[in-house]
Design a binder for this molecule. Structure first.
Ligand code: 9WO
Length: 244
């Protein structure tokens, strides 16, 4: 078994994904072999001289769809890339506004060290042929209730949310768990939002910082932060406090 979470992107714009993934924490996670990313250009699996990947929908209607045969050959290439790296069957995820909404809990589950590779399929045009969903897709995930122009940014969001759960990826011993509770996590664990934070300079445009933070009294500071978390949650996300 090779080290690191393995993720293959199937996309018409792999360069966009590469650029996002060559930055910051995602870059370092790859350098430290905590994450191993692969990029497949769907267009490489078109067989005609114009490298066509789309066609109009049977029955008529707006726009174009990604062809199932082209997409399938790209998916098979993803399977072949992963074959020598692990015996675990990959999980194929299609990013679409029709999927279940991605949560912090879901990202944590996908980051589990079970060696299950991910194949992230990024659609374009008006969508993909339904037969690809039936044949290859294990799970459809959405990052929110809005329609974009393609699945690349959602796929990047998914990997970014996931990498925070890989032990060591945040560059210190603190994991995502000890970081600020996200609204989603707060919602699922009855938690609260983060308290207000301050750093230098101590005065900016006549605004100081709360006196208690300079007191050196850690008990008082903890109590203040706890009260602030409740107040901030009430003000910004009252819905999180109303959930049972
Ligand atoms: C377009 C559209 C128009 C009217 C009603 C529903 C509709 N769905 C789509 C659609 O899925 N367009 C796609 C563009 C085809 C697949 C890739 N695209 C996409 C993915 N747009 N938005 C996403 C997406 C993925 C994950 N989370 C949020 C949005």
């Amino acid at each position: 078994m090779r080290a690191g979470k393995k993720v293959v992107f199937l996309s018409l714009f792999p360069e966009l994904l590469k650029t996002v993934c060559e930055t910051s924490i995602l870059k370092r996670a790859q350098e430290e072999h905590l994450l191993e990313l692969f990029f497949i250009q769907i267009r490489d699996f078109s067989l005609d001289k114009h490298r066509t990947v789309d066609a109009s929908p049977y029955g008529g209607g707006e726009g174009m769809l990604l062809r199932v045969d082209v997409l399938y050959r790209g998916w098979e290439a993803a399977i072949q890339i992963l074959k020598p790296l692990t015996d675990v069957k990959p999980r194929t995820i299609y990013l679409s506004p029709q999927g279940a909404v991605l949560t912090q809990e879901k990202a944590r589950a996908l980051a589990e060290p079970n060696d299950e590779p991910l194949i992230l399929v990024c659609g374009h045009y008006e969508g993909i042929d339904e037969r690809f969903l039936e044949l290859c897709v294990d799970e459809e995930l959405s990052i929110g209730d809005y329609v974009l122009t393609g699945g690349e940014l959602p796929a990047a969001v998914l990997v970014d949310a996931l990498v925070r759960w890989i032990p060591g990826a945040l560059g210190n011993e603190l994991s995502a768990e000890s970081d600020s509770l996200s609204p989603a996590q707060a919602a699922s664990e009855g938690g609260l939002l983060k308290y207000p934070q301050y750093t230098r300079p101590p005065t900016f445009q006549d605004k100081g910082i709360p006196e208690v933070l300079l007191s050196g009294n850690h008990g008082k500071i903890e109590a203040w932060r706890k009260a602030q978390r409740l107040a901030v949650t009430q003000r910004k996300r009252p819905d999180l406090l109303k959930k049972p």
